[in-house]
Design a protein around this ligand. Structure first.
Ligand SMILES: NC(=O)c1ccc[n+]([C@@H]2O[C@H](COP(=O)([O-])OP(=O)(O)OC[C@H]3O[C@@H](n4cnc5c(N)ncnc54)[C@H](OP(=O)(O)O)[C@@H]3O)[C@@H](O)[C@H]2O)c1
Length: 309
């Protein structure tokens, strides 16, 4: 099928393009500022996704069987820094894509976030549990879910995704890539021992999204994540060990939420996700941390630093 993919240059978008091409789909992928080639993208379109008329023209030109939305302002601090732009990309764009999906009768796969929850409880959140975002990013992702399913209920599926590992085109987007960037620059990341996430890789999430393009019987809002809950500090230790880095090459500072209340106030303590009923419907399996680590590459921008150690 022809798939119109927004955010083809992003962490998830580039993984999706590769996964969709492997399954024989034709991907028309949009980029913003990214200039390089993207594996799996048959037709690349440079587009300002804040321009509704340009988005509409591009979708109608592609006339896809599926629309996959991987574009967003996906860093909470960047949403706070430019709320109007974030509103356009995180809410306006998905609403436009949903109207277009309805118009051309295309499947719509949209991405939301675990951050629609406040993270105040330790037990896994079901997709049907009450939401209560604590930051602007979380509120916008929630608004996007509502807009998407109001405009294209019979075509849309939304996945709430967790903190992501994986390999991005620019090598600076995912959890392990940001750790490497700190270490190569001589910085010591400060990580919470009591902030828990159920991380998965962008590649694993992308496999799920390709399945969902092909499974139009699955509609509504669902959760996807990894198979294990882990603290940010413990995850960084696993990443350091996996790449055989020593403490002096890759230092870490552990902190607790009580030690940094001002920082902790804006962050969720525990985001455990219940993957039912979606996990039972799909071929793709949630990954353990060990499986995720095996997929990670040394990020391109720090390869010289790493191999020179
Ligand atoms: N990363 C995570 O840990 C995480 C966790 C949970 C959920 N999510 C969700 O997953 C989705 C994908 O996130 P991601 O991490 O893959 O994002 P990302 O790496 O930051 O990529 C964002 C994409 O959006 C494009 N974009 C942004 N503004 C644009 C504009 N004005 N015009 C055209 N393109 C624009 C970027 O294009 P250029 O780079 O070419 O400009 C890039 O392709 C988002 O919905 C995010 O909220 C992410």
């Amino acid at each position: 099928m022809t798939i119109f993919l927004t955010g083809a240059s992003g962490l998830v978008g580039s993984a999706f393009a590769r996964a969709a091409a492997r399954r024989g789909h034709r991907v028309v992928g949009t980029v913003g500022s990214f200039a390089g080639e993207i594996e799996g993208v048959a037709q690349k379109r440079s587009l300002d996704l804040g321009d509704e008329m340009a988005v509409t023209a591009a979708v109608l030109d592609a006339f896809p069987q599926a629309i996959v939305n991987c574009a967003a302002i996906s860093v909470p601090e960047q949403c706070d820094a430019n709320p109007a732009l974030a509103q356009t990309l995180n809410v306006g764009l998905p609403a436009t894509l949903a109207r277009l999906a309805h118009h051309v009768s295309a499947r719509l796969v949209h991405l939301s976030s675990e951050q629609v929850f406040d993270g105040a409880r330790a037990t896994p959140y079901a997709a049907t549990d009450p939401v209560s975002p604590i930051n602007l990013y979380g509120r916008q992702k929630l608004e996007s879910e509502q807009a998407v399913h109001a405009a294209a209920a019979e075509f849309a599926v939304t996945l709430r995704a967790p903190l992501l590992m994986g390999n991005s085109a620019a090598g600076q987007r995912s959890n392990h890539e940001r750790l490497f960037a700190d270490w190569a620059a001589g910085r010591t990341p400060r990580l919470f021992t009591d902030e828990f996430r159920q991380t998965c890789t962008a590649e694993n999430l992308a496999e799920v999204m390709v399945e969902l393009c092909e499974r139009s019987d699955v509609r509504g809002v669902f959760h996807w994540a990894g198979a294990e809950l882990i603290s940010r500090h413990a995850l960084a230790l696993r990443i350091r060990d996996h790449f055989k880095l020593m403490e002096k090459q890759a230092p870490l500072t552990s902190v607790t939420r009580a030690e940094l209340p001002e920082v902790a106030r804006k962050r969720q303590a525990c985001l455990a996700l219940n993957l039912a009923p979606l996990a039972g419907k799909l071929k793709t399996r949630p990954q353990t941390i060990a499986e995720q680590l095996k997929e990670l590459n040394v990020p391109v921008p720090v390869r010289e630093w790493y191999h020179g150690l």
